[in-house]
Design a protein around this ligand. Structure first.
Ligand code: C2E
Ligand code: CA
Ligand code: CA
Ligand code: CA
Length: 278
């Protein structure tokens, strides 16, 4: 595997497009992984800008395969989606994330847990039952589960999407739009769909200090969200200048390397105790 400058990963395949044989290899190893324990979740803190408290964490899957080494979700999630393996992987992620959040909850840390949902999972007819089943089994109160979907996932079968979102909402589960502003969707769905939070994509935050167009976009997303009674989370916050900018625009929450990398589960509570001394 090659060492590449991307967080804690080695990208196994240097090319941008994963080729057929490489996909096959990933698929074979993914099937194997589903029977074992080479997946883990990392948790990235989400910080309330006003109180500076950790109010949530986003669960991010990690895979260290015996043969392939560490592989980024950017590489293996698309393969998992193409092969349908994402359904089983997604079930595991939901179950593990809710289980962990309940452990923290019982320790007195009432953290909201963000879970990335693939459109393939979301569009399955049994999705809502599955989520409710996991909540029941783990005992996590539903309002602490925050499902992250993207705008593109809502493009097709709008009526079905609406029904699914409404049922999730009725169960007390939170819905976030991930990577907001990068999709192909028009804004009209926002009027109709029960969405709690917009997550501003990190590509708009990256150069927000230098680029006045990005400033306009970020400011507008925050206003749009607030006018529609939604919360806003900025992703990819890497500098204190960005925090100052977001604070000034009254963004609700932030997430990014400045505050914390995604953490192993055992490092989450020590991190909170360190940053928020009682
Ligand atoms: P995402 O949902 O947009 O997740 C945010 C990504 O940004 C994460 O990458 C995170 O590590 C990274 N990040 C966090 N802070 C910063 C920062 O300050 N700067 C920069 N440049 N990046 C930052 P990661 O963990 O590699 O995940 C990549 C993507 O893989 C995720 O993007 C998501 O689309 C997908 N993914 C991850 N876990 C899951 C999962 O359990 N299920 C599904 N379906 N997709 C997942
Ligand atoms: Ca996400
Ligand atoms: Ca995403
Ligand atoms: Ca995102």
């Amino acid at each position: 595997a090659k060492e590449r400058g991307k967080g804690d990963y080695q990208l196994y395949f240097p090319s941008l497009k994963t080729h057929h044989t490489e996909k096959l290899l990933i698929e074979t190893r993914l099937r194997e992984a589903l029977g074992g324990n080479s997946f883990t979740l990392s948790y990235q803190p989400q910080i309330d800008l006003k109180s500076k408290q950790v109010v949530g964490v986003e669960a991010l899957i990690r895979w260290e395969d015996n043969v392939l080494g560490k592989i980024s979700p950017v590489e293996f999630i698309p393969v998992a989606e193409e092969t349908g393996l994402i359904v089983q992987i997604g079930d595991w992620v939901l179950q593990e994330a809710c289980h962990q959040a309940k452990i923290w909850y019982d320790q007195g840390f009432h953290l909201r847990i963000g879970v990335n949902i693939s459109p393939i999972q979301f569009q399955r007819p049994d999705f809502v039952e599955k989520v409710n089943g996991i909540l029941q089994k783990t005992g996590l109160p539903p309002k602490y589960l925050d499902l992250e979907i993207t705008e593109n996932d809502l493009l097709y079968n709008r009526d079905e999407c609406y029904k699914t979102l409404k049922r999730l909402k009725e169960s007390g589960i939170k819905i976030s739009i991930d990577d907001f502003g990068t999709g192909y969707s028009s804004l009209s769905y926002l009027r109709r769909f029960p969405i709690d939070t917009l997550k501003i994509d990190k590509s708009f935050i990256k150069e927000v200090i230098q680029n006045i167009n990005d400033q306009a976009i970020v400011t507008s997303i925050i206003q749009l969200a607030h006018n529609m009674n939604m919360r806003v989370i900025a992703e990819g916050v890497e500098t204190s200048d960005m925090v100052a900018f977001l604070n000034d625009r009254e963004c609700d929450e932030m997430q990014g390397f400045l505050y914390s990398m995604p953490l192993k589960k055992e490092d989450v509570i020590p991190f909170i105790n360190k940053t928020e001394p009682q």
